[in-house]
Design a protein around this ligand. Structure first.
Ligand SMILES: [Zn+2]
Length: 353
């Protein structure tokens, strides 16, 4: 099996480098033309139609770009319909995938998750660090494909089980079977050593065993278990909220106060009304807010309530349903203060029970 996987990875690398035409060993649905039409289906933003959202901190992503956005730290907010996936290119050349969007619908003509198109297009054959913020299908659905087709070196997970789902268990089994992959269960307060020039602090996680049925609380328990990361590189900061809701936001405010301030906010829970509370946003004060959300979703995301609060704080709002995959670039500068965040109070922010 390992040999087969190595062949797949090699084929993907050749395909993305252009050395191999479109005769990918997997299905015809993976051909370049298919990926193109699929991304148009997914309201993926073709470069030619890119809206004028470029500024010093952001660059457009051309079609079929095969290389990094450049030195520094780059974040891609990947358009995966209704779900989350963020790819981070670290200054040391390693990469991070936070969530992987949904799996293809059973009746879909596509047999691979939408995130696979993005990863192939960017020539990604290996994930150094993959984070499953919490066990909901719009976050882990693409991970089975990733474990089957790419090399994953580190997997970051919570210990909470979604008792209404089974595929989360398959993903976790795949992580344990992945050759050379180390599984981590980060806790609030941990620092992740992904790159010596970047500070990555875990602000929320559920490292203790827990179990929840979504039908009882509309997913709130699992959402509130989301692994939340604050990433600081030189003078730039990003706060990635997973699907955390108001309860966690209130605890973050109490624990970190102004330390939550961040240039970039990956808005919690796709712009749900129960996230992005006023008190929380007043501490974060994001310059840019990124909402990963699908067109015509069944949840009413993003809600006018959350959008209104983000507007009121003065954040520039970007949405994957309107603009496709978005990028944020933290360029290296000469002065390099290592940012961070200090906790104001003791004790866990959120723990599973
Ligand atoms: Zn979600």
């Amino acid at each position: 099996m390992a040999d087969l996987k190595a062949l797949r990875i090699l084929a993907a690398a050749l395909l993305s480098s252009g050395a191999l035409a479109v005769s990918c060993p997997s299905s015809a649905a993976d051909s370049v033309e298919a990926l193109k039409s699929r991304e148009l289906d997914a309201s993926y933003r073709p470069a030619a139609a890119a809206p004028a959202i470029l500024d010093a901190g952001e660059v457009d992503t051309p079609e079929f770009q095969k290389t990094s956005l450049g030195p520094g730290l780059n974040i891609y907010f990947v358009s995966v319909f209704q779900g989350d996936a963020e790819l981070i290119e670290l200054p040391n050349g390693k990469n991070v995938l936070i969530d992987a969007g949904p799996a293809p619908a059973p009746d879909s003509q596509y047999k691979t998750p939408i995130v696979s198109s993005f990863l192939k297009k960017h020539g990604v054959t290996k994930i150094d660090h993959m984070v499953m913020t919490h066990p909901h299908a719009d976050h882990y659905g693409g991970m089975q494909w990733i474990f089957e087709n790419l090399q994953v070196d580190n997997f970051y997970d919570t210990r909470v089980d979604n008792s209404d789902a089974v595929v989360d268990n398959f993903v976790r089994e795949a992580a344990k079977k992945e050759p050379g992959c180390v599984v981590h269960y980060p806790a609030e307060g941990d620092t992740l050593n992904w790159d010596p020039s970047v500070k990555i602090k875990v602000l929320n996680a559920c490292p203790n065993r827990g179990r929840s049925a979504d039908h009882k609380d509309k997913g709130a328990f699992l959402n509130n278990c989301s692994i939340i990361l604050k990433i600081s590189y030189q003078s730039s900061t990003a706060l990635l909220m997973g699907d955390a809701q108001d309860e966690v936001e209130a605890r973050l405010v109490a624990s970190y106060g102004k330390g939550l301030k961040a240039d970039v906010l990956k808005v919690g829970h796709h712009g749900s009304a129960y996230s992005s509370t006023e008190a929380f946003l007043k501490k974060v004060k994001p310059k840019k807010a990124y909402i990963e959300v699908g067109k015509y979703n069944d949840y009413g995301h993003p809600t006018q309530a959350a959008l209104g609060r983000l507007e009121a704080i003065g954040a520039e709002i970007h949405r994957t349903d309107k603009e496709g995959t978005l990028t944020y670039v933290m360029k290296p500068t000469k002065e390099a203060p290592l940012g961070g965040i200090q906790k104001l109070t003791l004790g866990p922010i959120f723990s599973a029970n």
